[in-house]
Design a protein around this ligand. Sequence first.
Ligand SMILES: O=C(O)C(=O)C[C@]1(C(=O)O)C=C[C@@H](O)C=C1
Length: 350
Amino acid sequence: MSQRQPQQLVPGMQPAVLTMDSLLRAAEQTVPQGAGEASKFRYRAAYQGVPGAYSEMAACKACPDAEPVPCEQFEVAFQALSQWTTDWAVLPIENSLGGSIHAVYDLLLRYRLHIVGETSIAVNHCLLALPGTKLSDLTRVLSHPQALAQTDTYLRKLGVVKEAVDDTAGAAQMVARQQLQGVGAVASRRAAELYGLDILDEDIQDAKDNVTRFIKLARDPLLSREGEGEATPFKTSIVFSLKEGPGQLFKALSVFALRDIDMTKIESRPMRTNPIVLTKPEGAAQAGKQRFNYLFYIDFVGALSDPVCQNALRHLQESAPFMRVLGSYPMELQLGGLDSNTPFDSINEH
Ligand SMILES: O=C(O)C(=O)C[C@]1(C(=O)O)C=C[C@@H](O)C=C1
């Protein structure tokens, strides 16, 4: 069994992190960035964060034959995929403790990319600090906002000031690079190894079951054939808006209930282009009240090729002025099948 080669822990050997600026420069070049450079990987998968981020593990799990490409922000990962710098992008969409990652929902609408898979990771957070630091020395702790939320009870008891940064591994990298005394980072075991930090405590999340679900995006949709989804269940993700008036959401959701279609997730987000609407009751001379205007994101069990699902979506369009399918893809049946403590080099075989 061939295994991924252990990554070099030498400073300066880390892969370059993609930023909006570097992508803009690459788009202006006639010769694609990296052309001619030998790589043992055929494909590339963008993720947000730096090496050691949980998203890097998810990218390796979802795209075993791809080189994980670090990106500064979520949008850089969307952009990298859109402009063919990578073949996929793997992004967190929800966590069992912290809930939905709203920024990713909003970007799904802005970019015309397709969800082609999902994966999840059981996240075990560690508290890291410079070698020799004791728990009682810590006054500040840095991490990604989701990771800080997932370890809130623990950090409150410790009585430290919490500071949000772009990603968990980025927090560890900052503590190490800037030699921050008395400052901790909530991050993975791999981040401790990569940046030479001590693990002061582990499994510090508020609940044992701390699972983050990630989506795998591609430029083209996964074309499912009729009958697909019978052996491996498929999931379909859609986004839609509603007409105004009483009972509209109930009507929209009934198209799934009527057909025994299992809805696994619903999320509403303000419609950024038109966030407030004026409602006018039918027959009324004057405008009524103002209300917020929402987009609804739904995941349901079923393949787009299944005639029952197609009928449900046709039915939904009767009450939805806008509807888009975000993707139809094989559903992950075992949540958190990969533990973040799993040695990184054994995640994928090459
Ligand atoms: O910062 C990281 O390591 C990430 O991969 C991001 C992220 C997230 O956005 O939720 C992923 C998993 C954990 O839930 C915490 C943070």
